[in-house]
Design a protein around this ligand. Structure first.
Ligand SMILES: [Zn+2]
Length: 295
């Protein structure tokens, strides 16, 4: 019996070594196969079978104003609006219109100074008052709303003087409006037209761009004036950006800005930004989302 033990031990040792060798070959072989797969280009079949969402992501990423943090919102909005192309999906979500107006609202970042955004998703507090100067009579019509942000005013004067040389008379009828003023205005509109209608042309208090002091209604603030047919309007459309002002609520962008076309309402954003917006035909919502908020 004593002689059997070394043989049994030998057999066990050989078996253990064999199992070890087989296991090694098995796993290393697998790894080698993996490597070959990774090194190979994916076959056409794999590309064709790529999930639809993955294709959408690829397409979205190629768009000009793609913002990485908005990806889930783009995909959700695309699901709801499969008829829209990718450019339009990006445009809408960047302007926040995948959210209902006055929902998902945040405080405006007042550190943005002349690039401050105020709209149906960005609000100012009731006690926010910007730097203001009083406009000279020469540049102003309405004695009630003649306060303006000093930088905006400086360039407003420059624009009015330049227009004058071309035989065009421009003047401010409404620049800065306080929270309380907007409160009264809005509620008056609601009383006369109902809330739904009022929301299309008047801002709720705290959501009015006029509270920034960077905005001016030029020559009129009424659609009855048909300002869009005037030579003053034609001049502004052609030239206002040269002085840092943009048409804030354009005709074909009502669905993005949330406001009816206002041919008289101009917003100071500085000359470089105004030029970019003019040349690229985008709204301030889109500009702000991509160039300022996207940091
Ligand atoms: Zn206005």
């Amino acid at each position: 019996m004593k002689k059997v033990w070394p043989i049994v031990l030998l057999i066990i040792s050989v078996l253990i070594i064999l199992v070890g060798i087989l296991t090694y070959i098995f796993f290393m072989g697998d790894k080698k196969m993996d490597n070959t797969t990774i090194n190979n280009e994916p076959t056409k079949e794999i590309i064709d079978n790529k999930p639809k969402e993955e294709n959408n992501v690829d397409q979205l990423k190629k768009e000009n104003y793609f913002i990485a943090k908005n990806l889930d919102r783009y995909l959700n909005y695309l699901k709801k609006h499969p008829e829209k192309d990718m450019t339009e999906i990006i445009r809408c979500v960047n302007a926040n219109i995948d959210y209902e107006f006055y929902t998902n609202t945040v405080n405006s970042n007042t550190d943005d100074d002349i690039l401050l955004i105020v709209n149906k998703y960005h609000r100012l507090s009731s006690n926010y008052v910007p730097k203001l100067v009083e406009m000279d009579d020469k540049y102003n019509y309405n004695k009630g709303y003649r306060m303006m942000h000093p930088t905006a005013y400086e360039h407003f004067k420059e624009m009015v003087d330049a227009a004058k040389k071309d035989g065009i008379v421009l003047y401010n009828v409404s620049a800065y409006r306080s929270y309380d003023t907007q409160y009264d205005l809005y509620n008056e509109y609601v009383k006369n037209h109902g809330k739904e209608a009022a929301d299309t042309f008047s801002a709720r208090p705290g959501y009015s761009e006029h509270q920034t002091g960077l905005t001016t209604d030029i020559n009129t603030s009424s659609s009855k004036a048909n300002f869009e047919n005037s030579k003053e309007y034609a001049w502004l459309i052609e030239n206002s950006y040269k002085y840092g002002f943009i048409l804030r609520y354009p005709k074909d962008k009502e669905y993005l800005t949330g406001y009816k076309y206002e041919p008289w309402h101009y917003r100071y954003v500085g000359k470089d930004v105004a030029k970019y917006i003019y040349e690229n035909d985008i709204t301030y919502e889109e500009y702000y989302a991509y160039f300022i908020d996207n940091k």
